[in-house]
Design a protein around this ligand. Sequence first.
Ligand code: GLN
Length: 381
Amino acid sequence: MLSRRVDHFVESVIRDMTRLSIKHNAINLAQGFPDFPAPPELKRAAASAIMDDYNQYSITWGAKDLRDEISRKASEYNHIEADPESEITVTCGATEAMMASMLAIINEGDEVVVFEPFYENYGPDAAVSGAIPRLVPLNEDNSIDEEALSSAFNKKTRALILNTPNNPCGKVFTKRELKLIADLCIEHDVTVVTDEIYEYILYDNKKHVSIGSLDGMGDRTITISGFSKTYSVTGWRIGYALAEKNLTSAIRKVHDFLTVGAPAPLQHACASALRFPDSYYEELAKMYDGKRKLLYNALIKAGFKCMMPEGAYYILADIPEGIDMDDMAFARYMVSEVGVAAVPGSSFFRSEAGKHKLRFTFSKKDETLMEAARRLEGLSI
Ligand code: GLN
């Protein structure tokens, strides 16, 4: 007998596509992880941490040097003041931070407002924590349907999940939009759980605003980020959650019994990452901007319809006209016949809208993207 809890979700389609991609020897533009090396100074810091014997458990909610650095970074970059002793929890990736946060604040039957399209994980996060998702579709141009948003709130609403910059659609929420969300959350006494893992990957002078920094939001926001995307170390599994101390103490309890702690030597290395100069972040965004344009042009040339993302490293594209397959069938065709793996759009939607879309990542070497572009040309011939 299995639990009803696990009946409510399937295994990750993103990771399934990675396995299919390996099987067909395709180019993996499905799962968002870099195929290029991590920063050498960061790798050296991790190797030294192991040699220097940072090899036993760290404090369950995170090594002190890392929490101190996160606190400083949160103050300078996110304009959020978080006490390292009582308001920061280091987790096994933003993924664990998200699940631990949901388990810490949700009671069975509580409603959670989620914008659609949404990152795949939020479905299982809701299912495991017992939340009922209330989906609010973004408009075609990714703007907020204010009417739909305000009518999603009711007495049962406990939390709102936000993700900016957004995976999969690349939207970067503006300060005005965040203010609108904040006002509704204050009015209805709702907690925001915000996933800001792509906070440094922004284009065209877009600015990252953390909703937790807005007036009245400090005590009702759990701000989640991590090292995977900013420092190209998705396999290290180091993330964190910032929240006021009562929320943090609940998150820490869940985290403690889920994982005990994140890998100690890697936490030590991540503390040094937070001391990188500003130029590191400028270079990162510039590098991804070039990759964004490369993939965008290749997709347009192959007949896809898509928008340039404002942030993160994905493009959510409409399947070319004249292709008579839904997203699942077309993704399978692409991986086996074209040799390019993408994620079926339905992973990010509960509505039918996803059935006409695929998501591609451009977190890959230019040469990988160029080879994908060459293979995609075959589609329009
Ligand atoms: N966040 C990445 C993506 O959306 C990786 C997903 C995962 O496997 N955790 O592709």
